[in-house]
Design a protein around this ligand. Structure first.
Ligand code: UN1
Length: 513
């Protein structure tokens, strides 16, 4: 299948020379700076080249954002919500084109590319409603004729560092909420997916322009690690919301923490599904296979481990092997294929390396991995999803490899299964497949899963935007998207107003002059 990148760019109104850094709707920056190239893992073509922002460019963007914040925070929240509604409408119009570009630049299946844009539309809808619901509490004061309440104010500049695997949705979760809360945003997308970021910036900049919003409310900075470091260390950036590896998150968290800034970290997962002897095995199969091979195992919610009861272990392993043999691997834009490529050749090396390490530690492969070769796989990024029987304490099993490698572990009792599920450094997503109410409730109790997400009869991936998304332990503790995740994008202020004729002190303290 040939992808006509030029027609995609034309539909999105992107001119090649515009693939540079941008503040608002102005494209510019230091034209002498180096460029990064966007490589499509689908066919190995270089599909764009984007200018990397220099530190001077970065500084100019921050200054512009500061000015824009002074304006944007004065717009009433429901009006800000209305602009986010228009952004959602623009995404509806561009869903197919942007979804196709996501699929082409990142390599996820077309259906998942569309699904990702749908998540963007959904979070915009959520944010529109939220723009009228940024509620604070009121409290009863202990002093007579006093009123006490809290209100939420915008933070200022929100820095968004996003990963290649959800190149547009994770940005939108942060942006839609940050905007209705009255913040301005600076986005540093993954170096691996700059073109989808440029496309999003075009779509949102147009909406701002149509509403006469000055430049600088939403900014895109294409850059490498240095730009991320500038943001993390910059006291002018009130909140850093970073999605990516635990290693990156530890560095960002330390830099932001050192200046006592706020951070929201959404890092690695090592997600397991417990398959009980009371599970519906057909349903479990769909959840497990989609969780493990969807997005070629490159979601932070991908299923990495199956913890299977000994009574159903052999039967379920046989079903899995049968399903894996039938998987069609190839061009993700061809809807007949189930599995697309990994993001790049480095990812392929780390996949191969993990397989080797697993074998060295004694892993037994039920379905072998390997890199696919031949005309359909010229990018060199297509790999075979594989399955290995392992022990949970293998070093490699404790580690998140962003690839379709599925580990099987056998258990006898539910307590043991829960201990195995929790027995990794990460804590993002988890699931149990069971039709037994006692098992399901134990898994969800405080003695159950220690993850930010715990599902029953659903796999580990595919979370809806309406819930708070994120996890515990090395996953970083942040929560994005639904529920009350918006609070991370605002500062809380407690206000006490005295309308009496005296000034009584709290705690009954007497202080007479
Ligand atoms: C991610 O992989 O960073 O739960 C986000 C899911 C998606 C989000 C994943 N809604 O699979």
């Amino acid at each position: 299948m040939r992808t006509d990148i030029q027609s995609i760019l034309n539909k999105l109104g992107i001119k090649a020379e515009n693939a540079a850094f941008s503040t608002g709707s102005i494209w510019g920056g230091d034209s002498n700076s180096k460029s990064i190239e966007s490589f499509s893992p689908v066919d190995g073509k270089i599909i764009a080249s984007a200018k990397v922002a220099t530190s001077a460019d970065y500084d100019a963007v921050v200054k512009k954002s500061q000015e824009a914040f002074n304006y944007w925070r004065t717009i009433p929240a429901p009006k800000r919500g209305d602009i986010v509604r228009q952004f959602g409408d623009a995404l509806r119009v561009n869903k197919d084109t942007l979804g196709t570009l996501v699929s082409y630049e990142m390599g996820k299946s077309l259906q998942e590319g569309f699904g990702e844009v749908q998540e963007m539309i959904d979070i915009c809808d959520f944010a529109v409603g939220l723009s009228r619901q940024l509620y604070g509490l009121t409290m009863h004061s202990e002093r007579p004729n006093h009123r006490m309440y809290e209100q939420w104010h915008p933070l200022g500049i929100v820095g968004i560092i996003s990963a290649f695997n959800f190149p547009v949705a994770v940005w939108s979760w942060n942006t839609a909420l940050a905007l209705v809360c009255g913040n301005v945003c600076i986005w540093k997308p993954s170096e691996k997916t700059p073109l989808t970021a440029v496309a999003c910036q075009h779509i949102i900049a147009k909406v701002f322009k149509e509403n006469d919003v000055p430049e600088g409310v939403c900014n895109l900075i294409v850059g490498d690690r240095e730009v991320g470091e500038l943001m993390a260390n910059d006291g002018r950036v009130a909140l850093i919301s970073a999605t990516g590896s635990t290693r990156m998150g530890k560095a960002v968290g330390a830099a932001v923490g050192a200046r006592l800034g706020k951070s929201l970290l959404e890092l690695g997962g090592n997600n397991a599904i417990i398959i009980s002897e009371h599970a519906d095995l057909d349903m479990s199969l769909i959840g497990a296979v989609f969780g493990a091979v969807g997005t070629a195992g490159q979601r932070c919610t991908s299923t990495r481990r199956l913890i299977i009861h000994e009574a159903v272990y052999d039967a379920f392993a046989a079903k899995l092997v049968k399903a894996y043999v039938q998987l069609r691997i190839g061009d993700p834009l061809d809807q007949n294929n189930h599995v697309g490529p990994l993001i790049d050749k480095d990812a392929v090396s780390s996949y191969l390396d993990s397989i080797e390490k697993c074998k060295d530690e004694g892993g037994k492969f039920l379905v072998e991995g390997g890199v696919l070769e031949g005309e359909a796989y010229t990018s060199g990024c297509y790999v075979k999803p594989c399955i290995a029987e392992v022990k949970n304490d293998f070093k490699i099993v404790q580690h998140e490899t962003f690839a379709p490698i599925l580990y099987l572990i056998k258990y006898k009792t539910l307590d043991e299964a829960i201990a195995l599920q929790n027995g990794v450094p990460q804590g993002l997503s988890s699931a149990i497949m069971t039709l037994n109410l006692r098992e399901a409730e134990q898994f969800l109790s405080f003695q159950g899963s220690d993850c930010g997400i715990a599902n029953v009869n659903i796999g580990t991936s595919g979370a809806e935007i309406g819930g708070a998304f994120g996890g515990e332990k090395e996953t970083g503790g942040g929560r994005e998207s639904g529920s009350d995740a918006w609070r991370a994008y605002m500062r809380r202020q407690t206000n006490t107003i005295n309308y009496s004729n005296t000034l009584p002190l709290a705690q009954g303290i007497k202080f007479d002059l």
